[in-house]
Design a binder for this molecule. Structure first.
Ligand SMILES: [Zn+2]
Length: 323
């Protein structure tokens, strides 16, 4: 199926869009991008100076990625520890890549970034991998008390409608997901298998006890009503008997997310290896979880760039690096 013709909306709702004009206006140059990261990490240039030991205002050092302490001149580097630190690619190209990644529902390919920015395919691919690494939200907790849990299978050839692997089908990677009915946030994780134990462990970890959990009839969901003393209200639908929707008993919400992921991976990325599957799921979840919240996706990605700073002390950026 040609995903472009699919009924899934490709674009982000208008009110949540951060437009290209806004982007170009706010980030016309590498300097403006650096200033943004500096403001995120050291608002108004204020940071504790290691040398003269106090909160000090810092000013941009022309031609460098550094800001200097107003009192003693010691340098701080807003890019240190970020995904941009060691890169020779211009900061604005990074911002453009993030902008583009945040402005579609289905994702954007390295080829498209290559066309937009002129970087090589390899560079584009590496940038995407780094940006995706910012988008995992391992500590996310769902708050909804009504959720749908379902699995999908990635890779290999589909052998039946539901895509569940047949015996001996080792090529498929299972992905387990849960979505809140209200609020609509999703968590999706690759899994070793879809045994009862794995599925129960997933529900126990991500779903609040006493929640109502909708699943289909798959046997591995047996026993979800009580997991290690935690109780859930488990409701199931029977796909086999073609009963897809019975009142509120359905898993259409999570299936909608799976179809977005499948169409995106199939249509935009063409193929995704098992090794990187989780990071793609993180990308889709990141956008999906913000699609209705008024949380603009590109600014949220930018915020992650300064939140997720590597803790290991890193050598300052070479003095001759320019932005
Ligand atoms: Zn100082």
């Amino acid at each position: 199926m040609n995903y472009r013709k699919s009924s899934i909306r490709q674009s982000i709702p208008k009110e949540l869009r951060y437009t290209r004009q806004q982007f170009d206006r706010e980030f016309p140059t590498d300097d403006s991008c650096l200033e943004q990261i500096k403001e995120q990490r050291f608002p108004d240039g204020m940071a504790v100076c290691e040398k003269c030991e106090g909160p000090r205002k810092h000013y941009r050092v022309t031609g460098r990625t550094a800001y200097a302490c107003a009192t003693c001149g010691n340098h701080i580097y807003p890019l240190a520890g970020t995904i941009f630190e060691k890169s020779t690619t211009s900061l604005r190209v990074w911002f453009q890549a993030m902008y583009l990644m945040g402005s579609t529902r289905c994702g954007i390919s390295a080829k498209q970034i290559q066309r937009e920015t002129g970087v090589t395919y390899k560079t584009a691919w590496r940038m995407f991998r780094q940006i995706r690494s910012l988008l995992s939200e391992p500590d996310m907790q769902l708050e909804g008390s009504t959720v749908e849990v379902d699995e999908m299978y990635h890779g290999g050839r589909r052998k039946n409608g539901r895509g569940r692997p047949m015996r001996g089908d080792k090529q498929k990677t299972p992905v387990i997901g849960v979505v809140e009915r209200k609020g609509g946030r999703v968590i999706a994780r690759t899994a070793e298998d879809v045994s009862m134990k794995t599925l129960q462990g997933f529900v126990k970890e991500y779903v609040l006890p006493k929640s109502t959990v909708f699943t289909d009839e798959f046997a591995s969901y047996n026993g979800l009503d009580r997991i290690d003393g935690k109780e859930y209200e488990h409701k199931r639908i029977n796909h086999e008997s073609k009963v897809y929707v019975m009142g509120d008993v359905h898993t259409n919400t999570i299936e909608g997310f799976w179809s977005l992921v499948k169409r995106g991976i199939g249509g935009v990325y063409h193929s995704v290896s098992q090794k990187y599957l989780q990071s793609y799921l993180d990308e889709y979840s990141f956008r999906y979880n913000r699609r209705a919240s008024g949380n603009l996706i590109f600014p949220a990605m930018l915020a992650k760039a300064s939140e997720k700073v590597s803790l290991k002390p890193s050598a300052p950026i070479a003095e001759n690096q320019t932005v």
